[in-house]
Design a protein around this ligand. Structure first.
Ligand SMILES: C[S@@+](CC[C@H](N)C(=O)[O-])C[C@H]1O[C@@H](n2cnc3c(N)ncnc32)[C@H](O)[C@@H]1O
Length: 279
């Protein structure tokens, strides 16, 4: 019997297959430096450490955790962590690392939009970071997913590449893409991985760029009140073309320091009583 799947599921299945392959490439890349992580047990950057503050004793849900390095880093800093990702390869490696390093963590393999079917818990913190939003087709559902898993008064934190970056062409020499999309996916051919561009690997990717107002409004509509929205003129990672490091973990386009927004962060508090007022 043929199984009937929707167009959206097909795109999701394609992306899951891409991330399963990228997990294997990324795990052996110097970009992720797994051996270094096994010694330092920290993959978090100074920005998120400073902006998040202490997580000691807090319950933390990490959405789109990849193979769990940041999740395990928060656990190592005293949080009781749950990491979620739709890549089974990534979740398998995250569980292996948790066991190997003896860092307690729960990992769940799920599309984040399906998570409420698999997880029944409220958290002090929902965290997500670096390279997550363009894989999500609908930010209104994303906002509702975040508030669904937060306790009233709980904290949401994201640090992410700026939507501005999505407008640049592959080698960052000109603007080639519109800032505003109307919900349609864009398809690209990925050669290698962002963590290892030399790897012989080709796969399609489907992404959904989102504007800053879409991001902020989806959170506000879900009852999340912004404590801060910060923009940064550098990337924490050397994962775009033609970047130079002008300070530790601060990469800018060569000769273009302070000229464009490369990342943003948002910290917000869940106030469920505001949901009714805003509708
Ligand atoms: C760039 S990675 C996250 C980055 C993370 N900070 C890191 O570098 O370890 C994006 C992750 O989103 C996951 N992902 C994409 N779409 C998803 C979805 N709908 N539900 C759950 N995970 C998803 C991918 O499997 C991937 O692990």
């Amino acid at each position: 019997m043929k199984t009937c799947i929707s167009a959206k599921e097909e795109l999701l299945n394609n992306n899951r297959s891409l991330w399963n392959s990228w997990t294997k490439i990324n795990a052996k890349s110097s970009f992720y430096d797994l051996e270094g992580f096994k010694i330092n047990k920290n993959s978090l950057k100074n920005i998120e450490l400073k902006e998040m503050g202490s997580v000691e004793g807090k319950t933390l849900l990490h959405l789109q955790c990849h193979f769990g390095l940041d999740t395990l880093s928060w656990a190592n800093k005293g949080a009781k962590v749950t990491g979620v990702d739709f890549s089974d390869e990534a979740i398998k490696l995250a569980n292996d690392l948790s066991n190997q390093l003896n860092i307690p963590a729960k990992f769940i393999c799920s599309d984040i939009f399906e998570l409420s079917k698999k997880l029944d818990q409220k958290f002090d913190i929902v965290f997500t970071s670096y390279g997550v939003l363009t894989w999500l087709h609908n930010l209104n559902i994303w906002g509702k997913t975040i508030s669904h898993f937060l306790k009233p008064g709980g904290t949401f934190y994201i640090i992410e590449f700026h939507p501005f970056v999505n407008m640049l062409n592959d080698d960052w020499t000109e603007f080639s893409e519109p800032y505003f999309y109307k919900g349609n996916s864009i398809c690209s051919t990925q050669n290698g991985s962002y963590a290892d561009t030399n790897e012989q690997f080709v796969h399609l990717a489907y992404e959904w760029p989102h504007s800053m107002s879409e991001i902020v409004c989806s959170l506000r509509q879900a009852g999340l009140v912004l404590e801060h929205l910060n923009e940064f003129s550098y990337s924490s990672f050397n994962c775009f073309p033609n970047l130079e490091e002008y300070a530790p973990d601060q990469y800018v386009l060569k000769g273009k320091k302070d000229s464009m927004p490369l990342m943003f962060s948002i910290k917000a508090t869940y106030m469920p009583e505001l949901i009714k007022n805003s509708n």
